[in-house]
Design a protein around this ligand. Structure first.
Ligand SMILES: [Zn+2]
Length: 362
């Protein structure tokens, strides 16, 4: 069984390599140098290949430099591009991290390589890629229909295509699944999971010592995946694991509440029992929303305000979800969900999620 794969040095392709080796494939890995800012991932990839070799596991590894071609492209991921955005993976600003046509270029080189191996070794070759469902939203070249179409085009354009197929075992899975799968693969191979994943990089903006910030969208997704499998990420962060984990959970909750109209659990928010003097701003765009003078203890478990600031212009919408008729309130600055407005006997109550607010004291 023969496979070629794009081995970036990130966690998805590393998990995939472990799976292929555990399944008994002879694997040829290609690591691309495309001028990525997080060039450290190439060193991590090399470290992992060395670690495997030291444990008697043979892997062919080639580093292919396409940085001069890719320097023509516009993306925040490429050296010289704009700053890397922070926040949730699915947010619109993460689109600046798209590298135009990247996976078509990577796959195209792999296809030529796979055909060459198929002819030389007279064998079937799988082109394995670690793309997963979390990538689909932001990266259109990670979608299943793109790969189906690509595979068809490649096979139409090559004589020897019968022996070459694409293999995308994680295309409908997520990062958590990849980590669980890697745990099983590492055990089968008799190698240490933490060493393998310490030799990866997911951060788009690691510091000069190679430590991850923990704040880019890809970081947040990775941190939450390790948390979901009940393990500490062995890779080094600029802050402690407890701090980066708390930050990632907060980023996820903020996205769920403000962008997906969710609600934080009652009595858990930072500002529920907070009564200092000052102003509450939108946590997303900084628009001024409420003053401490209008804040009161409603006993409901979320921050309550009797009125909004004069120029807050909070948007009111009818909300008939969950079998209730309520008034939803949204920020006029960024159209993010904030909470609800209730008209009660004691007067009006803006019931706002703490995660949507930033308090600045007087
Ligand atoms: Zn806002």
């Amino acid at each position: 069984m023969r496979a070629v794969m794009a081995f970036s040095g990130g966690m998805d392709s590393t998990g995939l390599l472990m799976r292929l080796l555990a399944d008994g494939f002879k694997v040829s890995c290609v690591t691309y140098n495309y001028g990525q800012r997080h060039i450290i991932e190439i060193d991590r990839a090399i470290n992992n290949i060395k670690y495997l070799m030291n444990n008697g596991i043979e892997v062919e590894h080639k580093i292919v430099d396409i940085s001069s071609a890719m320097s023509l492209f516009h993306s925040s991921l490429i050296s010289g591009g704009e700053a890397i955005p922070e926040g949730h993976y699915e947010e619109k600003q993460m689109k600046s991290t798209v590298v135009p046509n990247r996976n078509a270029i990577f796959s195209s080189i792999l296809y030529g390589y796979a055909i060459s191996i198929a002819m030389r070794e007279e064998t079937e070759v799988k082109i394995a890629l670690g793309v997963h469902s979390g990538d689909h939203m932001i990266y259109p070249d990670c979608r299943p229909e793109f790969y189906e179409s690509l595979e068809k085009s490649f096979s139409l354009g090559n004589w020897e295509s019968d022996n070459v197929t694409l293999y995308l075992p994680y295309i409908e899975k997520d990062k958590e699944f990849i980590l669980r799968d890697a745990l099983i693969s590492c055990k089968k191979l008799g190698i240490d999971f933490d060493t393998v994943f310490a030799n990866t990089n997911t951060s788009y903006n690691p510091d000069e010592n190679g430590r991850s910030s923990g704040t880019s969208g890809a970081d947040v997704e990775r941190i939450l995946a390790f948390h979901a499998i009940g393990r500490k990420d062995p890779v080094e962060y600029v802050k402690s694991w407890e701090e980066v984990l708390a930050g990632a959970i907060k980023t996820q909750l903020k996205y769920y509440v403000m962008k997906e109209n969710g609600t934080e659990r009652p009595f858990t928010g930072e500002y529920d029992k907070h009564f200092k003097d000052g102003i509450y701003y939108c946590a997303e765009c900084g628009k001024n929303l409420f003053t401490s003078e209008s804040k009161f203890d409603s006993g409901c478990g979320w921050p309550a305000f009797s009125e909004e600031m004069k120029d807050a212009n909070i948007i009111q919408l009818e909300d008939r979800s969950h079998g209730m008729s309520r008034i939803e309130v949204r920020c006029s600055g960024c159209d993010s969900h904030l909470g609800h407005l209730f008209h009660e006997l004691r007067g009006q109550r803006y019931c706002i999620n703490s995660i949507c607010l930033n308090f600045v004291g007087e």
